[in-house]
Design a protein around this ligand. Structure first.
Ligand code: FAD
Length: 391
């Protein structure tokens, strides 16, 4: 058996994935620095009522709000399924105040759970808060350089460059909106917003809203705004023209196929000649992977939302195991999967587990991409694991 080796590892992000990475790398004996641009851990689970100035989130220079949570969000998985395997997510009491004991708790309870997890394993001490990673690249010796910048405090704007043996990328992928292309939208006079910037239903009061999408967020938000909006029309690729109907239990929600076009007079056309005069289009159309800080000289790229080439969604074959990604798959049960990915990465780095050769990994990746193509799965669904983990 090869000797167990310890390395200097940089983890980017202190959300659930970054915390799991810190925990398992540290447990395995590696030295870990977690870079986190926010002032606390939790990533997505740090709710803020603040939204971005560009409601569609398209301006690359906008100030970015990381979390896409809305005020009313409760988990769509039971707490048991959100447990890290070594630290169950049980209902707890804190002092006199009862925490949210529900099986599908509100978002605040998940943040508390992540703080508990970090306390249990001493993870906060490994995190440099308010420190944004601005560039990651390999030096001439194959080591990784990480450039970071202090966001506030005495050392605000202080830029530091440090060398690491390995980098684990855990920057999340629910902050960079994708929007639907709608013919004629440039001339349409109404308002548009992406669900990244949705917090509460009030701005939709008495409005006619066309909501695009069929994800968990689309389901939640459409029902929530229907309580105040005049009409909600849900446009989705998964609805056929024959299925147009009012949503059972609601007077003011219609299910419709995808929009055909938008017009200067404020109307939106749907198939079969249906026209709706709408005030707002709400895009619940998902997000794009983004790694602006990462320079791999073209080895890893994002192509139509496929991050690749990655062996098992984690390692770029030619850079393994020195660069890895945690948390890319979606339609999964996230926290336990992060944990498994992090145990795997940590064990490979220490030499306890071995990887196939770069050539073998590349062949595996190519075979996977070919199988997706043969089944007609678009590139943007490369990391959709619905068929593997959740049925
Ligand atoms: P994040 O939580 O996004 O954390 C990434 C961290 O990286 C952030 O703290 C960010 O500040 C930091 N970061 C990014 N870039 C940099 C940089 N350059 N430098 C330094 N730090 C950086 N999952 C569930 O299990 N159950 C649910 O019910 C559920 N509901 C969801 C509802 C919504 C609306 C959304 C958007 C997601 C939901 N998820 C749910 C999925 C959720 O995103 C994952 O559970 C998980 O929180 C993702 O963790 P992460 O660490 O990968 O990313």
């Amino acid at each position: 058996m090869s000797p167990i080796t310890a390395f200097n590892v940089a983890v980017i992000g202190a959300g659930a994935a970054g915390l799991a990475a810190a925990r398992h790398l540290h447990k395995e004996g590696h030295t870990v620095v977690v870079f986190e641009k926010q002032r606390q851990l939790g990533g997505t689970w740090i709710y803020t009522p603040t939204t971005e100035p560009d409601p569609l989130g398209l301006d690359p220079n906008r100030p970015i709000i990381h979390s896409s949570l809305y005020a009313s969000l409760r988990t769509n998985l039971p707490r048991e399924a959100m447990s890290f395997r070594e630290y169950p997510f049980v209902a707890k009491k804190m002092g006199q105040s009862q925490r949210d004991p529900r099986r599908y708790p509100g978002h605040g309870e998940v943040l508390e759970y992540l703080k508990d997890y970090a306390n249990e394993f001493g993870l906060s001490e490994l995190v440099r808060f308010e420190t944004e990673v601005t560039r990651v690249w390999r030096d001439g010796n194959g080591k990784w350089e990480v450039r970071s910048r202090k966001i506030s405090g005495d050392k605000k704007d202080n830029v530091v460059c440090e060398g690491f043996d390995a980098v684990v990328v855990c920057n999340g992928h629910y902050s960079e909106p994708r929007i639907a292309h709608i013919p004629g939208i440039d001339r349409w006079p109404g308002k548009q917003i992406h669900s990244h910037n949705y917090r509460v239903p009030d701005p939709f009061r008495n409005q006619v809203v066309v909501l695009i999408g069929s994800s968990a967020s689309a389901v939640d938000i459409s029902r929530e705004i229907a309580g105040v909006a005049k009409e909600v029309h849900i446009a989705s690729r998964s609805t056929s023209s024959e299925e147009i109907a009012k949503l059972p239990g609601y007077d003011n929600i219609w299910l419709r196929p995808m929009i055909e076009s938008a017009h200067e007079d404020g109307t939106i056309s749907f198939p079969s000649g249906v026209m709706v005069s709408a005030d707002i289009i709400l895009h619940c159309t998902g997000y794009k992977y983004h790694f602006r800080f990462l320079d791999t000289e073209g080895i890893v790229s994002v192509d139509d939302n496929r991050v690749g080439p990655l062996y098992k969604h984690v390692f770029p074959p030619s850079l393994a195991p020195w660069l890895s990604f945690v948390g890319l798959p979606w339609k999964i049960i996230p926290f336990p999967q992060f944990e498994l990915q992090c145990e795997w990465i940590s064990g490979i780095l220490s030499g306890r587990i071995s990887l196939p050769s770069p050539d073998e990994m590349m062949k595996d990746v190519e075979a996977f991409y070919s199988s997706l193509q043969a089944s007609g799965v678009p590139k943007r669904y490369t990391h959709n694991m619905a068929d593997y983990q959740v049925n």
